[in-house]
Design a binder for this molecule. Structure first.
Ligand code: GDP
Length: 589
């Protein structure tokens, strides 16, 4: 067996199906071979290297350990389209460009104040009387270098941009108020930045406040894997006061430092493309759009395609409202001349002629139509398939639960499940109902949303439908872990999702000659339905699970009964009911 042809490289663990494929034998055959060696494994289970080595030896192969390249901790998230499009630019032509920065953080932590403070230092230092117009982005100069700030309110735009694969920022400034600490939207922002693989600098704002507690915030950041640099970590944390305009220069210098350690380059003479920052229809001027040039140099008179809008650019102005003839990489400009209003986050490109522009737009419109028709839900099953085919290496999850006390054990359980071959990554976990933001994040990161004892808002449901995001609601942790485990093992049947119909409290228990022991209940939420499934809780324990066998209102049999009404409920083959128990009625869809 010295010949190389019989050597096969095997990883530390391998799924039976893949192993069979590797040695070109049928999986059944392999499973039998494993059995004769005392190993019971199904086609979807993994065996370790040693076991695999013994079995393949029986087929005449010599197993050698696969050389694993040094593991690069891969962040989730996709490489934005514009980056992909310039991937083939001549490396020798790449030149440094200003970093593009966006500011995220919890509401009231000072994002707007910080953007204003940064802008005003520039105005003071720059040309006198330079009243900047608001075009959704601006630039400042620090040590002779430019920094571009995206000045879009809130992070909805950022999410939207990323959701469309056109994320524009190179660096995220995460504003955290020193008197308030890490809050839900702070966590959300961290999840966004991580998923987009954008480095984070923390602006520890409001340090002027007497109750500011920077050390506490640093502790919270460290807990979120953003270990501050002065604690030996790699996250730059810069104390600032947007109100007193303190620390702004430090922050700008910090941005330059982070920019220097990340390759922020483009080819000013290459393909001209970038991202639409914002756009609107002005009654007198027509379509006004703010574009961020990301590669190449945009010139006035150029023909541009942006999403499904196109046109010959009539006028280009910089963020100060000054007309410019051309704009290089990382420059935000306001343009006129587009036929339609493009969406924020759309990619724009310069094309040779208006004829070509029209053709591209027509093609895109057709594609959009076709896509809408074939839009498929990105479900747990699909995701699993993608993991199997190597398209995705881990399942991304977003967890929403009713109380923090549930969030922690859920994450612990999920982390346990994620120790196997396929990683599980909780991008974001928080208390509260499932809202639009969660769906946007899920859509952008190809994640599924797990809700535990929470509901999905009507808007969120609609958006999930549109974006093709899978929302799974659970009431019991083991059911959730069971589903995910099945998905990870490729056994999830595209089957039923539990839909809670309603809840009732047992007020008293009585004997009915016809039905045996019956629970006298009051419906406290939704409705109960005859023939549906029920689960009976005593405190938080489940004491019965089965069918709702009889449902009566006063003396009548009813099909269903709504919130606020009292009713008699019988359970199939179960009589150990007590007052105070909770009935949860559900169906499997
Ligand atoms: P945003 O919602 O994150 O954009 O927050 P804003 O910029 O609107 O700021 C929210 C509030 O915090 C406003 O009342 C600001 O005046 C105040 N604020 C912002 N930065 C500071 C700061 O550095 N110090 C103090 N004391 N207050 C600040």
């Amino acid at each position: 067996m010295s010949n190389n042809g019989n050597k096969i490289e095997l990883p530390a663990s391998i799924v039976v199906r893949d192993l069979a494929q590797k040695i070109e034998r049928s999986p059944i055959d392999l499973i039998k071979k494993l059995m004769t060696n005392g190993v019971m494994a199904t086609i979807n289970q993994s065996v370790d290297f040693d076991t695999a080595a013994i079995v393949v030896a029986e087929y005449g192969f010599e197993a050698v350990a696969e050389v694993v390249e040094e593991e690069v901790k891969e962040e989730t998230g996709e490489i934005p389209l514009w980056r992909q499009l310039i991937a083939d630019e001549d490396k020798t032509q790449l030149k440094g460009r200003p970093p593009v920065v966006t500011i995220l953080g919890h509401v009231d932590h000072g994002k707007t104040s910080l953007l204003d403070a940064i802008r005003s230092t520039e105005v003071a230092a720059g040309e006198a009387g330079g009243i900047t117009q608001h075009i959704g982005a601006y630039q400042v100069e620090m040590k002779g270098r430019l920094i571009t700030f995206l000045d879009t309110p809130g992070h909805a735009a950022f999410t939207q941009m990323r959701a469309r694969g056109a994320q524009g920022a190179d660096i995220v400034i995460l504003v955290v108020a020193a008197d308030d600490g890490v809050m839900p939207q702070t966590r959300e922002a961290i999840a966004h930045a991580k998923a987009a693989r954008v480095p984070i600098i923390v602006a520890l704002n409001k340090i002027d406040k007497p109750n500011a507690n920077p050390e506490r915030v640093k502790q919270q950041l460290a807990e979120m894997e953003l270990v501050p640099d002065d604690w030996g970590g790699s996250t730059m944390v810069v104390p600032v006061s947007a109100k007193q305009k303190k620390g702004i220069d430090d922050l700008l210098e910090g941005i330059l430092l982070v920019a220097d350690s990340n390759e922020i380059k483009a080819n000013p003479n290459g393909k001209v493309l970038g991202t639409v920052i914002e756009a609107e229809l002005d009654k007198s001027k027509g379509v006004m759009a703010t574009l961020l040039v990301q590669n190449g140099t945009l010139q006035s008179g150029a023909v541009v395609v942006a999403g499904v809008a196109h046109g010959k650019l009539r006028a280009i102005t910089d963020y100060k409202g000054k007309p410019v003839k051309k704009a290089g990489p990382s420059t935000p400009v306001a343009v006129m001349g587009l036929s339609d209003v493009p969406s924020a986050g759309d990619l724009f490109e310069v094309v040779p002629s208006e004829k070509e522009a029209r053709a591209i737009v027509a093609e895109r419109q057709d594609a959009i139509k076709a896509q809408a028709q074939s839009r498929k839900k990105l479900s747990l099953e699909d995701l699993f398939n993608q993991v199997q085919t190597g398209e995705a290496k881990e399942l991304n999850l977003i967890v929403k639960a009713d109380v923090q006390g549930s969030v922690d054990p859920i994450i612990t359980e999920l982390n346990k499940l994620g120790e196997g071959e396929i990683g599980l990554k909780v991008l974001h976990a928080e208390t509260g109902n499932i809202g639009n933001n969660d769906v946007m994040l899920a859509s952008a990161s190809k994640a599924i949303i797990i809700g535990f004892n929470v509901q999905a808002d009507v808007d969120a449901r609609r958006m999930a439908e549109k974006e093709g995001v899978d929302i799974r609601l659970y009431e019991i942790i083991y059911r959730m872990t069971e589903d995910i485990e099945k998905a990870l093992n490729g056994m999830l049947e595209p089957d039923f999702v539990e839909k809670i119909l309603g809840k009732a409290t047992v007020l008293q228990v009585f004997n009915a000659s016809k039905f045996g022991r019956v629970a006298g209940c009051k419906v406290i939420e939704g409705e109960l339905k005859r023939g549906a499934k029920v689960r009976l809780y005593r405190d938080s324990d489940i004491i019965y699970e089965g069918d709702l066998s009889s449902l009566r209102h006063e003396k009548d049999d009813v099909k269903e009964i709504r919130q606020g009404y009292e009713c008699g409920v019988g359970f199939k083959n179960f009589s150990d009911i007590q007052p105070g128990d909770t009935v949860v009625c559900y169906i499997l869809e």
